[in-house]
Design a protein around this ligand. Structure first.
Ligand SMILES: NC(=O)c1ccc[n+]([C@@H]2O[C@H](COP(=O)([O-])OP(=O)(O)OC[C@H]3O[C@@H](n4cnc5c(N)ncnc54)[C@H](O)[C@@H]3O)[C@@H](O)[C@H]2O)c1
Length: 366
């Protein structure tokens, strides 16, 4: 946990402390969680364990796991099946083990448990309700819903409007600056995707001195990007002009090889979306020629141009940086705690299907 102590984390997350203190007794709850195993999750996991919950935890993304966080969570009594950069087979086995463990409730970031359950013909565990934190997870569940309610909290104004919109951009560029020792001045930055994450990436890039271009396939959002003052076009058209390209879509191969082949010499590639394959990585990785500085690899293209990849294409702000500030993540984690309070209480009575986490559940977190 670098130089951070859990006391420092807890001291700067007062909303989370209040939300955890308001949770009911959880001794009958078997909660399977899938999440980024970052040190900022510790106050919630510690609090859930202290209220008697049985916890099974795996990651929603092996590249963001902090092994010291895994150890700390185990010390609270949680069963944690995760390790930094664990192979995909081990990760899939961990998700299956979480289902075999017999959870009564699920708290997910990317719907890994539910997706496996609904696509594998397994016997359904005794789940009463679930929580989903990501837009990627909600869209993954379309047409594959289990017979219990799932509460989506990604679309809440406090998650989307604060964390996605304000923190991901800021912390992605922080990671870029600290890992490359460069700034964005005099650089043309292409942001791929103009959801709340893309909007924050674009606004922060300008605040830090970059010239911003946006590629977005949704016509309404592309228009919004124009109204916001950005140079808007397709990835194919804009990428060859970029010095830095950042993806934030949750979609597959939004920066495809046929575009990467035409990039400028010295272009930086990074991703802050949920999926590691937002950039078509395989042909890039085959052409690695150097690892000049930690977290940065250099790759030579067939044209002879060199491009630099941050954090191997994994979520830059979480893999190569520290993610949100403690005070901002405090809001997110407090809302998550209230969401858990909801799924172990009134939420169990809701109909099967995806519901937005009700305001009555989360507003007490603010
Ligand atoms: N790094 C982090 O800490 C962090 C935090 C929150 C969310 N996320 C992730 O960031 C991603 C974006 O989140 P969001 O809330 O903005 O989602 P969103 O769904 O609101 O926006 C994504 C946008 O990408 C666009 N898009 C999809 N494919 C595209 C393509 N090929 N070219 C151009 N645009 C394309 C979509 O049209 C959409 O407007 C998700 O994967 C989310 O899970 C990351």
């Amino acid at each position: 946990m670098s130089a951070l102590t859990s006391e420092w984390v807890a001291a700067h997350m007062p909303r989370t402390a209040r939300a955890v203190a308001a949770l009911p007794d959880l001794t009958a709850v078997r909660l399977a969680m899938s999440m980024h195993l970052d040190f900022k999750m510790l106050p919630l996991v510690e609090g859930l364990a202290a209220r008697g919950a049985s916890l099974f935890i795996t990651t929603c993304n092996p590249t963001t796991v902090r092994d010291e966080v895994v150890a700390r969570m185990r010390s609270y009594g949680a069963r944690v099946e995760a390790a930094r950069d664990m192979p995909e087979a081990d990760w899939n086995a961990a998700i299956a083990a979480g289902l075999d463990w017999g959870p009564t409730h699920l708290s997910e970031m990317g719907a890994d448990y539910t997706h496996l359950l609904m696509t594998s013909g397994r016997t359904l565990p005794p789940v009463k309700a679930g929580l989903e934190a990501t837009g990627s997870g909600v869209s993954r569940l379309k047409g594959k819903l289990p017979p219990w309610p799932i509460f989506n909290w990604d679309d809440l104004p406090v998650k989307e409007g604060l964390h996605n919109r304000h923190m991901v951009g800021l912390t992605t560029w922080q990671a870029f600056f600290s890992r490359t020792l460069l700034s964005l001045h005099e650089k043309r930055v292409l942001v791929v995707g103009y959801g709340t994450v893309g909007q924050g990436l674009a606004a922060s890039a300008r605040a830090f001195g970059g010239t911003v271009m946006v590629a977005e396939i949704d016509a309404a959002r592309a228009l919004q990007a124009r109204y916001d003052g950005w140079d808007v076009g397709s990835v194919a058209e804009l990428a060859p002009r970029a010095d830095v390209i950042v993806t934030g879509t949750g979609a597959h191969h939004v920066l495809p090889w046929e575009v990467i082949e035409r990039l400028k010499d010295g272009c930086f590639l990074l991703n802050s979306g949920h999926r590691i394959d937002e950039i078509e990585l395989a042909p890039v990785l085959e052409r690695q020629i150097a690892a000049p500085i930690p977290f940065v690899t250099s790759h030579v293209l067939p044209s002879g141009a060199k491009v630099h990849l941050l954090a191997g294409g994994a979520m830059a702000n979480l893999t190569a940086g520290e993610g949100d500030s403690l005070n901002a993540f405090d809001v997110t984690l407090a809302v998550m705690a209230t969401g858990i309070g909801h799924i172990v209480g009134d939420g169990e009575q809701a109909s099967a299907g995806v519901h937005l986490l009700p305001k009555s559940a989360w507003e007490t977190a603010l």
